[in-house]
Design a protein around this ligand. Sequence first.
Ligand SMILES: Nc1ncnc2c1ncn2[C@@H]1O[C@H](COP(=O)(O)OP(=O)(O)OP(=O)(O)O)[C@@H](O)[C@H]1O
Ligand SMILES: [Mg+2]
Length: 255
Amino acid sequence: MALVTLEGVGKTFRGRTGAWEAVRDFSLELAEGEFFCLLGTSGCGKTTVLNMLAGFEAPTAGRILLDGKPVRGPGADRGVVFQGHDSLYDWLTARDNIAFGLRLRGMAKAERRAVADRFLTMVGLTGQGAKHPSELSGGMKQRIQIARALANDPRILLMDEPFGALDAMTRAVLQNELSDIWAKSGKTVLFITHDIEEAVALSTRVGVMKRGPGGTLKAVVPVDLPFPRERTSDGFMQTFRQVHALIHEEIHPHE
Ligand SMILES: Nc1ncnc2c1ncn2[C@@H]1O[C@H](COP(=O)(O)OP(=O)(O)OP(=O)(O)O)[C@@H](O)[C@H]1O
Ligand SMILES: [Mg+2]
């Protein structure tokens, strides 16, 4: 059985300015352990799809199953890493941010600390747990977000352009780290990005969305290249070109 099933999922927002069909007939199955990148032009509905799977928004059509059960709201079985890096609690240390969900679940203090420190190390921030978010760089904050999501041991990590706001060098470092963490943890990941190279570097499959209104999945490209990915290899470039062509059609539909 697939870990995640999206079946004919649609989302129409209704507001004062009328209705906007953001997502139409979106169907996808994610297998346990895969790293799926969702790619598409701005406004095509990527975040809306992720928000529905996270349980922040309800679909207006179709259904979403996690482990065969309908998604009815947010839950600890889904770890979300948001775009930008301001979703951390400013008044908590890095360690307490990571341990926040564990505390809610009633884990004892010493154990929480041990788990938080383990994940601090996993994201390369050993010994930085006492700092507050205001004392961390953007890249460090993104690492804390990833550690926080992993500490809750979710069934799936949902990441919405987690590296979008970072400089190219920090982004490349975090991409490699995330790839290692994914390989070691065996977690299932749904990762949203604008960046074709990032998608091909990280994923086992890349899904390209059609632009909106009514954004939907238009193609899925398997990426059967060994890890760590060699970005200048023929296989990498070939996949890059294939995905690029699919995106290019959405930007320039009449060419
Ligand atoms: N709460 C909302 N109310 C009304 N319209 C919305 C709402 N959220 C999103 N939309 C609309 O739905 C469409 C898809 O938005 P979404 O944020 O999913 O796009 P995206 O693919 O994540 O774009 P980006 O790459 O820029 O982040 C957009 O046209 C947007 O204006
Ligand atoms: Mg978005």
